[in-house]
Design a protein around this ligand. Structure first.
Ligand code: WT7
Length: 648
């Protein structure tokens, strides 16, 4: 058990919400009233909210179609366009001059982009993509730094009905290749490079390498000039973004698509070696991104400056850096660089300089900044902040308290939001001006979300008991499937409880007040610095190295990253000294630096049961330096334990 979870189990403090009668949800009475509406009329309530929040081109007649469960459909015969909902309707309502995106480059340059300007950029990009052959339903990979053009590319795809798949810029060429092939992408939008830690991090060369691996259908690569680094150019295939947009009209009619039209695919890790493409649909996703912006962040579009620090390569960046804030018509902030450049005060300086009011980040970032010292936030004026959020992993109460005190000046409520790539948006979270919060708890399910903790048979466990976190009713922003793999979708999320529940893959418990405490993954998925990684994925990267016979990867508690990666490796050949570095490099080029093992321990054998199963729980104890308490009677060869322990 990690240190975070141990301290969570002993937590008893309660923080009352600040009063704010103007908040979207200003009291627990309002929260319960909304929940009751869903209890009384589930689909009617969703239908009303969808009518109110989305601009429909053609109204829907059915809210939820569950005839082919677990392949649920929402508002399926309704038609709409995502970019129109994010841009045109705000411009048409007279808010064209309002700032949509405040962007700060790592070197300090700032761009403020109004809704009118963003709309015309998106139209030009959409026209350029069309001219290059992108049609409705085609897949476009976006492999970009955190620059406004990334959001423009995403919105341009939605404007013409193309399905985007953003790949995090730190993934390697090989990982990018896998995703290009799996998605069957026709176009890639990338940049020469972006700024990170004072240097240009090149991206285009990885695209070239990925495409060099062959077996893909990519016709064009659009390249934004940002880093200014020299890049190779393939005539006919590669197109300069700035040039391509310059010649285009800034009018592009948004294409009305079904609410069920696949809006994007986002790859995430599961418990097998290959990443899965989570598919999200247009209407339901957009609806929930708006509702959660309002309920969970109390987003006030005329006065808030909202900053979610997540990269657009993750679902958090999709929902809360781009679509949620823009669909609501408010201002979102984007920052290109690393949080500690040029010093550990950068995030706080950005908050102060741009008057950020709602700030959303990950526990791992908070813990790293705690370590950097209190002097950094103290140097900056954080008085404009009014709501703070966290996401990605359980937050240890110490970090929560520091966040509240040092960043929130003891006045800002903290929303610890539990959700997943698969859920599209928040599921369990406090409401900032209604819920009394407990440090380390995600508190209560949002209205419309039916979350429960059950045992292995699917029976609800009592209050105070641990179990598996499930959701018992579909919700509009739920994943629609895994790209090209319906079987894996059923297996991973639904089969465990015979279609009765969506199985999240997390363990949780509820307390006497019904508050949820998330205990972390119960499958072979790691959470390293808020990044989700499959142990099998890292293992297959390791065994693809010619010197490796076998590998087992486990997580061990890490003070800053939450979990660190510990790999146990059996070599076929080669010497231990020289290979550790090489293997770490190898994983970096197979997956990306985020998957690089923190520790590699070499061994002659892996601990296995007599039936040949690797004893992962035992490896986790060894990696964490804990005493081994579990039964090892089924272990084939006891000497491996001593060997592995000796290597600490
Ligand atoms: C996994 C999903 C959803 C955006 C970021 C991660 C863990 C997420 C919390 C939280 C405890 C959390 C879960 C979940 N997680 N939020 N507030 N408290 N754990 O998205 O990469 O899809 O990972 O992150 O384990 O299953 P993701």
């Amino acid at each position: 058990m990690s240190g975070a979870i141990e301290s969570i189990l002993n937590e008893t403090r309660l923080f009352l919400p600040p009063e704010n009668s103007a908040a979207c949800i200003a009291s627990m009475e309002q929260y319960h009233a909304l929940r009751k509406r869903f209890d009384a009329d589930f689909s009617g309530t969703w239908g009303e909210l969808a009518e109110q929040h989305i601009h429909w081109r053609k109204p829907f007649s059915t809210v939820l179609d569950d005839t082919d469960a677990p392949f649920f459909k929402w508002f399926a015969d309704g038609e709409m366009n995502v970019s129109e909902n994010c841009l045109d309707r705000h411009v048409d309502a007279g808010f064209g001059e309002r700032t949509a995106i405040i962007w700060e480059g790592e070197s300090g340059e700032v761009r403020q982009i109004s809704y009118a300007a963003l709309l015309s950029d998106v139209c030009r990009a959409a026209n350029a993509m069309r001219e290059l052959g992108v049609k409705k339903g085609d897949r476009v990979i976006i492999y970009m730094p955190m620059i406004p053009e990334a959001a423009v590319a995403m919105l341009a795809c939605t404007r013409i009905g193309a399905t985007h798949s953003v790949v995090f810029g730190a993934f390697s060429a090989h990982a990018l290749h896998e995703r290009i092939v799996d998605a069957g992408a026709k176009m890639i939008v990338t940049a020469d490079g972006g700024w990170r830690r004072g240097k240009v991090h090149a991206l285009k060369p990885s695209v070239d390498m990925a495409l060099g691996e062959g077996s893909n259908k990519v016709e064009h690569v659009m390249v934004v000039r940002r880093g200014g680094n020299a890049v190779a150019w393939q005539e006919g295939r590669d197109v300069e973004w700035q040039q391509a947009l310059a010649g285009q009209s800034d009018i592009c009619e948004p294409l009305a698509v079904s609410a069920e039209h696949p809006m994007f695919i986002l790859y995430t890790s599961g418990s097998t070696g290959s990443p899965k493409g989570i598919v999200h649909a247009s209407g339901g996703y957009l609806l929930w991104s708006m509702l959660t912006m309002q309920w969970v962040f109390d987003f006030q579009t005329d006065s808030d400056v909202f900053w979610c620090t997540a990269d657009i390569g993750w679902i958090t960046g999709h929902t809360y850096s781009v679509y949620g804030p823009l669909a609501c018509g408010g201002t979102t902030l984007m920052y290109e660089g690393v949080p500690t450049y040029p010093d550990a005060g950068r995030l706080w300086k950005i908050c102060a300089d741009h008057g950020v009011t709602v700030f959303y980040t990950a526990p791992t970032a908070i813990r790293a900044l705690i370590k950097a010292g209190d002097a950094w936030p103290q140097q900056h004026d954080l008085c404009k902040l009014r709501v703070l959020g966290t996401v990605g992993e359980p937050i240890n109460p110490e970090a929560w308290i520091w966040y509240r005190k040092m960043i929130g000046g003891e006045r800002c409520p903290i929303v610890d939001t539990w959700w997943q790539t698969e859920t599209g948006g928040h599921m369990i979270s406090p409401l900032p001006f209604a819920t009394a919060t407990k440090p380390g708890s995600a508190c209560l399910p949002l209205p419309g979300v039916f979350a429960e903790v059950v045992d292995a048979e699917g029976e609800p466990v009592g209050k105070g008991q641990g179990g598996l976190l499930v959701v018992s009713k579909p919700w509009p922003s739920m994943l629609r499937g895994i790209w090209g793999d319906a079987e894996r979708y059923r297996d991973t999320y639904w089969n465990k409880f015979g279609n009765r529940y969506y199985f999240a893959g997390d363990g949780a418990r509820t307390d006497e007040d019904g508050y949820f405490w998330i205990m972390g993954r119960v499958d072979d998925v790691l959470n390293v610095a808020g990044h989700r990684l499959g142990t099998m994925e890292i293992e297959s990267a390791l065994v693809s190295h010619p010197a490796v016979a076998e590998a087992a990867v486990v997580g061990r508690p890490d003070e800053i990253k939450g979990e660190a990666i510990c790999a146990f490796v059996v070599l076929k050949s080669g010497d231990v000294e020289s290979l550790a570095g090489e293997l770490r490099q190898h994983v970096t080029s197979e997956i990306g630096a985020i998957a690089k093992p923190d520790e590699i321990r070499f061994t002659d054998n892996l601990p296995k049961t007599r039936s040949g199963k690797i004893m992962r729980r035992l490896l986790r104890d060894i990696a964490a330096g804990r005493d081994i308490t579990q039964d090892i009677s089924t272990l084939e060869d006891h000497r491996v334990i001593e060997q592995l322990q000796a290597q600490r």
